[in-house]
Design a protein around this ligand. Structure first.
Ligand code: GLN
Length: 488
């Protein structure tokens, strides 16, 4: 039998069910892989080995007694550091949350725990999910497991790197403007941003509440579908959670078929200056491969996509400035105890606790919301957001699924995106999906001649996850990359 750490989530579940391994052995093998690989990748912020093995032993005992919580009882998942797991640190990779322990489970986490999934450590991210490289982590950067001179992407860089390196079969991340899909693309794993409201945000530390969604990162489309099945559905604790019954995504993969499917290629996406030839080629090749399998290719237009970056960086910073106001050292946050008065306490707490990018965004967000500028910036951005959403609605009258790059280039070198504006521009292909509230998935589709993964993005309409995942499954089959692990 192959080493247990190499198993996908579905394979691990099957091995557990057939009694080919125990949850203890599975977790012990992954802990061993973390010990070997993580010194080079630095994906994990904390990993409580004793707690993991105790949870695995409890799962094994349930299975022996015939009382497994689900087929997945005993499968571990790495958790991004902005998702609450009761009793574990939840620091958002920020110094300001040093010492904070989450008092409850995020709904998404709680639901997966009810199925027996085991939280497996806290993984790194850009501080408060603000960034695209994980270099903005307030703790330390994470490195790309395929080439440690490069970034893993962000902000869920720890989640993507951990899964790509074989340190966890799958992980949870959050996506406000691309933070699941882009690191998945740079690390060669699958990353899904669900439709806004499909997965409860309760227990996710808010960055920009109207854009944030929790989603899975995994090595296969099937694993991502399994996790979405486990997490999705209405939650009274989140007022933006969608009503109705959802799920059945993994089961629907058996009917994956692209015959007759209309694949839309947005004209504007291929006019972006800075789109790397190998990324363009990978998308082209996949469009051709899907056509060969019976899909029809159509050109669509998203004329307002040129406003997406400006719109996003106004709305996201505005919401962030409101959401982060609670970290003042009084309500939340590691207090500066040596200040003389209340104002100085606020000032010093924030000056020491927040990194530069977080401060930049709070300042920008406060500015665009201030009276006199509100109409000129925030209100106009909201109007532009509506137009961007309408572009997608019009496009989905012509096509069923949109095919696009995830990012203009494969993973950049460390430091290459250190200029904030350069970094913001690299979000061009992902942020419109959050602004429109629709769903998107990043699927590995090629490898460059220097061995870097290239991801491809599929974008679906609101609640179009079934077809999105089915198409992603065909892309995965057509790419035929097989299972690969970096040498670490
Ligand atoms: N890179 C984007 C940003 O910096 C997206 C981040 C995210 O999705 N959390 O805001």
């Amino acid at each position: 039998m192959t080493e247990l750490w190499k198993l996908t989530l579905a394979e691990a579940a099957a091995a557990l069910e057939a009694g080919r391994c125990s949850a203890h052995d599975l977790c012990a093998s992954l802990l061993g892989r973390v010990r070997a690989a993580d010194p080079q990748v630095q994906a994990f912020l904390t990993l409580d080995e004793t707690a993991v093995l105790a949870a695995a032993d409890a799962s094994d005992a349930r299975r022996r007694a015939g009382r497994s919580l689900s087929r997945f009882d005993g499968v571990p998942l790495a958790i991004k550091d902005n998702l609450s797991v009761a009793g574990q640190p939840c620091g958002c990779a920020s110094k300001i949350l040093n010492g904070y322990t989450a008092p409850y489970d995020a709904t998404a986490m709680g639901r997966l725990r009810e199925d027996g999934f085991i939280p497996f450590g806290r993984v790194n991210m850009d501080e408060f999910a603000m960034g695209s490289t994980t270099e903005n982590s307030g703790i330390r950067p994470t490195l790309n497991p395929w080439d440690t001179s490069r970034v893993p992407g962000g902000s869920s860089g720890g989640s993507a790197a951990a899964v790509a390196a074989g340190m966890a079969p799958a992980a949870l991340g959050s996506d406000t403007g691309g933070s699941i899909r882009q690191p998945a693309g740079f690390c060669g794993v699958v990353g899904l941003k669900p439709t806004y409201g499909l997965v409860s945000r309760y227990g996710l530390v808010a960055f920009a509440s109207s854009l944030d969604q929790i989603g899975p990162l995994a090595r296969t489309v099937e694993d991502a579908a399994i996790l979405l099945d486990g997490m999705c559905g209405h939650d009274p604790m989140d007022s933006t959670s969608l009503p109705g019954r959802h799920g059945g995504y993994a089961a629907a993969l058996a009917e994956a078929d692209v015959r007759g499917l209309r694949i839309g290629l947005p004209k504007e996406y291929f006019e972006v200056a800075g789109l790397a030839p190998e990324v363009r080629q990978a998308v082209e090749n996949m469009a051709a491969a899907l056509e060969q399998r019976g899909a029809r290719r159509v050109e669509v237009t998203l004329p307002r996509s040129k406003y997406a970056i400006a719109t996003y960086y106004i709305i996201a910073t505005a919401e962030a400035s409101a959401n982060l106001a609670r970290f003042d050292g009084i309500r939340y946050g590691a207090r500066a105890h040596d200040a003389d008065d209340l104002l100085a306490t606020y000032r010093q707490t924030r000056a020491r606790g927040f990194g530069d990018e977080v401060k930049r965004r709070i300042i920008l967000g406060t500015y665009v919301l201030s009276s006199g500028y509100y109409d000129a910036y925030y209100l106009r951005a909201q109007k532009a957001r509506t137009l961007i959403r309408q572009d997608f609605e019009a496009a989905y009258r012509e096509c069923d699924v949109i095919l696009a790059p995830v990012a203009p280039t494969p993973a950049p070198r460390r430091g290459e995106l250190s200029d904030p504006l350069q970094m913001y521009l690299a979000d061009i292909y992902t942020i419109s999906v959050n602004l429109a509230g629709i769903c998107g998935i990043s699927v590995p589709c090629a490898v460059t001649n220097t061995g870097l993964p290239v991801g491809l993005q599929l974008i679906g309409p609101a609640l179009g996850e079934t077809r999105l995942l089915q198409t992603a499954r065909i892309v995965e089959q057509a790419a035929a990359l097989g299972v690969r692990f970096p040498n670490l």
